[in-house]
Ligand binder design. Structure first.
Ligand code: PCA
Length: 218
């Protein structure tokens, strides 16, 4: 049995729900070979790193998958990479704004996810959930969280895998927004279930080379 810690965010940007947390909270406690733990995160640049560290210490997971809303995207998007940059037009929920600062002065420019991103995307589609690998998690709080997570894991918990999945608006959020993509919440949750299943299978198989786990051919 492998433990996977999922996180979801609170609402931001004038929304009353965040489908990331709504979907995470729908996940059962067991999915295939995985035991599921969950945490709710604030949309704040400065608190996420400590909260992730605390959750990892408490739960001792084998993998951490953070989930966030990417309003306007049409499909679930497992993220391949987090970059060392905060740069967003809107402040976070604590009122903090960033306009082009690095996240970690002593950190690398980017980290690749260490969950099997390509296999997760394929597994979601096999489960009937539209998905695509994304190569940008943006430069707001989600990318910041993914970068902090991967920086922490690389430095202190190299045996724990980490990554991020962006999800579209859920249907109720686009009432009154014209031409905006959305998916039903149960479908978003089903996609996250597929992600847990694939991640647990890869962990059980003990695949050492993440490029193989990612399904890369080079
Ligand atoms: N989405 C935002 C932050 C929180 C969330 O759910 C983002 O993509 O950065």
């Amino acid at each position: 049995m492998k433990k996977i810690l999922f996180t979801g965010f609170e609402p931001f940007g004038g929304e009353s729900v965040n489908p990331s947390w709504e979907a995470v909270s729908l996940l059962p406690d067991r999915i295939g070979l995985a035991e599921i733990a969950k945490r709710h995160l604030p949309v704040e640049y400065d608190t996420v790193a400590d909260l992730l560290r605390q959750a990892i210490e408490e739960e001792q997971p084998h993998a951490v998958i953070c989930v966030g809303q990417a309003g306007g995207r049409a499909v679930l998007t497992p993220e391949m990479v987090a970059i060392n940059l905060n740069d967003a037009a809107i402040p976070d929920n604590a009122g903090v704004s960033h306009g082009g600062e690095t996240i970690c002065q002593d950190g690398p420019a980017a980290y690749f996810a260490t969950i099997p991103v390509k296999a997760i995307s394929a597994g979601m589609m096999e489960a009937g959930v539209p998905a695509a690998v994304s190569y940008t998690a943006g430069t707001y709080v989600c990318n910041n969280a993914m970068y902090h997570l991967l920086h922490l894991l690389a430095g202190e918990y190299p045996e724990i895998r980490g990554g991020f999945i962006h999800v579209p608006y859920e249907c109720g959020q686009v009432l009154g927004k014209s031409n905006m993509s959305s998916l039903p919440l149960p479908m978003i949750a089903k996609g996250l279930e597929a992600a847990a299943k694939v991640t647990a299978e890869v962990l059980e198989a003990g695949t050492q080379d993440i490029r193989i786990a990612c399904g890369s051919t080079h």
